[in-house]
Design a protein around this ligand. Structure first.
Ligand SMILES: [Zn+2]
Length: 83
């Protein structure tokens, strides 16, 4: 049975973020994932990747979280949160 927290609110603070590298402004976004022709945000899965003949990688039964990523508008640094 898959463990999903997909519907939960992200716990990241709404305080304006600063880049840890250059102190530039961070803008929110997500890393696109294309699955079966649909555009979805990428997800983080627990554990090491195991190849599956049928699905590419085995993901069933693993905890997973949608990834939210912030990009520095000055230097392009990415800071990602999964939760
Ligand atoms: Zn930066």
């Amino acid at each position: 049975m898959a463990v999903s927290v997909y519907e939960e609110e992200f716990q990241v603070s709404d305080v304006e973020k600063k880049c840890p590298k250059c102190q530039g402004a961070m803008e929110e976004g997500f890393i696109r994932d294309v699955t079966h022709g649909a555009t979805l945000p990428s997800e983080w899965y627990e554990g090491t990747p195991e190849k599956s003949f049928w699905t590419g990688l085995k993901t069933s039964g693993r905890a997973h979280y949608e990834i939210r990523s912030f990009r520095c508008t000055r230097c392009g640094y990415l800071e990602s949160y999964a939760g």
